[in-house]
Design a protein around this ligand. Structure first.
Ligand code: PEP
Length: 248
């Protein structure tokens, strides 16, 4: 069986009760490709609102978790608490957290393990900076980020990898289909070698970085691109077209 197409919407630190309800209403009434798995990640404050407002079949993700189940960790949210609230996914390792909040590979891996141990799905982000790409270090950087997780986690069945080149995030500078496909293929080969042939065959690898309804159709045609993690465009009505881009 082929890999189910997956589209995630990362709202980042955007939105209000009103605007988030509008985005969710738009999704609720849209005709969405039934073969595509859809997950939206609003800011933590609006997770429960999203879960209550969104129709069945569309899932909600946190944008981050902490790696401990409970305790004196002011400002943090645990995987157990998400599960308790009906939130079934979390994004982890987003480059904005790696760069701005200085999260390292080990911490991202510890959080991935904590999420999986609780039964959550994980959208695991990886990606290189422009400087690293220009130094021909893309595959090295991305596989190092993934290896930290592989050292702690053997079962990758609830992990979706999101390849997000940092230079393409929020910049309007999308990777070419060739650039994206090349890295996705390399990630799949790495999974075959370092995790298992089953993980290589079944793990969805998403592309993220300035995806819009205008470029998603071409990207979706690439053999190793199994969907998208969408930032800015997930706040707009055309997010529906991105979700449906595998139908075209
Ligand atoms: C993201 O934040 O995961 C992302 C891909 O952002 P954008 O689509 O805005 O580049």
């Amino acid at each position: 069986m082929g890999r189910q197409f997956f589209v995630g919407g990362n709202f980042k630190m955007n939105g209000t009760i009103k605007s988030i309800k509008e985005i969710l209403d738009n999704l609720n009434k849209a005709k969405l490709d039934p073969n595509t798995e859809v997950v939206v990640a609003p800011p933590a404050l609006y997770l429960l609102l999203a879960r209550e407002h969104l129709r069945e079949g569309l899932e909600v993700a946190a944008q981050n978790i902490f790696d401990k189940p409970s305790g004196a960790f002011t400002g943090e949210i645990s995987a157990d608490q998400l599960k308790d609230s009906g939130i079934t996914w979390t994004i982890l390792g987003h480059s904005e957290r790696r760069v701005i909040l200085k999260e390292d590979d080990e911490f991202v891996a510890a959080k991935t393990k904590a999420a999986l141990d609780c039964g959550l799905g994980v959208i695991l982000c990886c990606g290189e900076s422009l400087e690293q790409r220009e130094a021909n270090k893309t595959i090295e950087v991305v596989t190092k980020q993934l290896k930290a997780v592989a050292d702690k986690v053997k079962d990758w069945s609830k992990i979706v990898v999101a390849y997000e080149p940092i230079w393409a995030i929020g910049t309007g500078k999308v990777a070419t289909t060739e650039q994206a496909q090349e890295v996705h293929k390399a990630i799949r080969e790495w999974l075959a070698k370092e995790v298992s042939s089953e993980a290589a065959e079944k793990t969805r690898i998403l592309y993220g970085g300035s995806v819009t309804e205008k470029n998603s159709g071409e990207l979706a045609k690439q053999p190793d691109i199994d969907g998208f993690l969408v930032g800015g465009a997930s706040l707009k009505p055309a997010f529906v077209d991105i979700i449906n881009s595998n139908q075209a």
